[in-house]
Design a protein around this ligand. Structure first.
Ligand code: AMP
Length: 585
């Protein structure tokens, strides 16, 4: 017998319902704090992890259950057919709420789930080989649950609770539950990157022990988009610390006595060491203990190759030596987060950069590690000139960093700004797709996409784009969207919001056509952001800010090169064709 019995999962579900049922932040915090305070010690990290909308600690996709498997489990546990399931999903846009509705009339099997039961079941899913046994385990769990519990099992497994509990409130609740300063909780969570572990540290009054663990990735600092050089100068003054913005894959390198060699982690905190053996080999020549932040880019003979060549590497988990030789990758380091037992996150960037340069990384060689290009720009004209230089070096644009800023894991602040192309782009999530016509007949080629609402959870549509993807990509995405369809309206299909796309456009306009209240003129998909999850897309506030910038005349109309203009023309005529078709029908 365990020393303290695990708390019923029903209490978790009831607390979550109560939190969802109030709009008062204070009330939400107090409900959660009271719940956490009364839990047996072993349940505290489990509950904090669940309340963060995560089934398990560690990498985000650990459960290995996509929407398809999840909905299959709900269907099997409830006996609902495809149609019933997709209609329930459409009514709620939430797997958990759909599960609640479908399971409501089923006789409960009367078994009471504990927090430990749910935690064990999620662990078993993450360890199961293949999606069939995982789906089976989820089905079992749903069968054992009451409808209200099933609702939260679905929400946790889908990694979105949607009860109006942002991370900041979770931190406040942990602080209130165990009577610790919220700043200490916040700092600990930044360093250990695990809400569960943070809650335990708070409970045991050990928040001061929180430290970055070499070998365990922490969340990456993010950047805020800016429209143009004039905005850069307005925000940072006449002197700007600028770096090239490399177009590759974000990567954290961890190396130390306990790591068993260099380890590389991607933005979603998954380990990718095996995919970049040449970078790992170069890193193994470094001494001591360190954590670096940087970007993996394809690189040959002193220059960056285009992103498309990196995509050939991304298709392989373990690349062949021939592929490594054909498309060599380097890690362009731009930050140092830890060195020989000392965390550097709280040190200003200028000190972190100096410590990074002390490592004397091998420069300008193929394969391995390089430094990001760093310069100081004085005035908007120089920012523009550096932007052009960065583009000439095949990079995406510029990063503008505040040399006094600390490293803020997982935060999108003003410490780092990003300037891409002549115009800003928006990261959006695809919520609907349409069958194309003409050359695109038989494939889902038109995407409707959305930005985040101010509540940080709901989605607001902002536009529709005829894809800028290759035929092969469109075919692949068609298969994907067919499986991810939640309602088939014939030509238009509503899909689960999972695919993040980066959208370029000419102007933002006010529009009643989309739920955001804005529309993008000539939107085009720059690329699918497989590295980003829907919670990392841009929000309405960013759209409003870019709209204001534009209204003040600061965003120029696209003056793109020939190729770009051609594509804009193609998109324009496709839209007109469609409008004609719509009015004719
Ligand atoms: P975005 O992916 O458009 O949100 O832009 C931010 C990303 O730019 C970061 O997450 C990095 O992956 C990438 N990046 C490229 N070069 C740099 C750099 N010098 N400093 C920081 N981030 C960079």
């Amino acid at each position: 017998m365990p020393p303290a019995a695990s708390s019923p999962f029903a209490t978790f579900a009831a607390t979550a319902d109560a939190i969802a049922g109030t709009t008062s932040k204070l009330a939400k915090r107090d409900l959660l704090a009271a719940y956490l305070r009364d839990l047996p010690a072993a349940d505290v990290p489990v509950a904090a992890t669940f309340f963060a909308g995560r089934p398990l600690p560690g990498a985000a996709d650990k459960l290995g259950l996509g929407w398809v498997q999840l909905s299959e489990a709900v269907a099997r546990a409830s006996g609902a057919g495809d149609r019933e399931l997709s209609q329930a999903y459409l009514r709620h846009s939430d797997v958990g709420d759909a599960a609640l509705e479908l399971l409501e009339h089923r006789r409960s099997q009367g078994q009471s789930l504990t927090m430990a039961d749910v935690d064990h079941a999620f662990r078993a899913m993450s360890e199961a080989a293949g999606s069939a046994p995982r789906t089976e385990l989820m089905t079992e769990l749903l069968r054992r649950a009451s409808p209200r519990e099933a609702r939260y099992l679905g929400k946790i497994a889908a990694r979105e609770l949607r009860i109006g509990l942002r991370e900041g409130l979770l931190e406040e609740a942990i602080a209130a539950a165990f009577e610790r300063p919220v700043a200490d909780v916040r700092r600990a969570l930044m360093l250990v990157a695990e809400p569960g572990e943070t809650a335990t540290l708070a409970r045991e009054n050990r928040l001061a022990d929180a430290a970055l663990h070499v070998g365990r990735p922490i969340r990456f600092m993010l950047a805020t988009p800016v429209a143009d050089a004039a905005e850069v100068v307005r925000r940072v003054g006449d002197e700007a610390w600028i770096e090239d913005k490399y177009d590759g894959i974000r990567c954290q390198l961890h190396l130390g006595p306990g790591t068993g060699g260099p380890r590389l982690f991607s933005r979603d905190l998954n380990e990718v060491t095996i995919s970049f053996p040449e970078v790992a080999a170069a890193a193994s020549r470094l001494d001591g203990e360190l954590v670096l932040d940087g970007e993996l880019v394809p690189f040959r003979e002193g220059s960056v190759l285009d992103f498309a060549s990196l995509q050939t590497r991304l298709g392989r988990v373990k690349p062949s030596p021939e592929l490594v030789a054909a498309v060599p990758v380097v890690l362009i380091a731009f930050d140092l987060l830890h060195r020989d037992g000392r965390d550097a996150l709280d040190a200003p960037l200028r000190e972190r950069r100096a410590a990074l340069e002390e490592l004397a990384l091998p420069d300008r060689t193929d394969g391995g590690l390089l430094y990001s290009h760093l310069a100081t720009a004085r005035g908007a004209a120089e920012v523009d000139a550096f932007f052009d230089d960065a583009r000439a070096r095949h990079n995406e644009g510029l990063m503008i960093k505040d040399p006094d800023s600390t490293y803020q894991p997982g935060r999108r602040g003003l410490g780092w700004l990003k300037l891409k192309r002549a115009l800003a782009t928006l990261d959006c999530v695809v919520v609907g797709v349409e069958w194309g016509h003409g050359k695109r007949r038989g494939v889902l080629s038109d995407y409707t996409f959305a930005v985040l609402a101010p509540d940080g959870e709901s989605l607001l549509t902002i536009g529709k784009a005829y894809t800028g993807l290759t035929d092969a990509e469109i075919t692949e995405m068609t298969q994907y969207f067919l499986a991810a369809t939640v309602q088939d309206h014939g030509r238009y299909r509503a899909v689960t919001p999972e695919i993040v796309v980066e959208i370029a456009f000419d102007r933002i306009q006010r529009s009643a056509r989309h739920r955001s209240g804005f529309a993008l003129r000539f939107p085009r998909i720059v690329r699918i952001r497989t590295d980003k999850t829907p919670d990392q897309i841009d929000d309405l506030a960013t759209v409003e800010r870019l709209y204001q910038e534009q209204a003040s005349g600061r965003i120029l109309l696209a003056t793109g090169a020939g190729g770009e203009t051609e594509r804009i023309a193609a998109v324009g005529s496709a839209e007109q064709g469609e409008a004609a078709q719509a009015s004719g029908s």
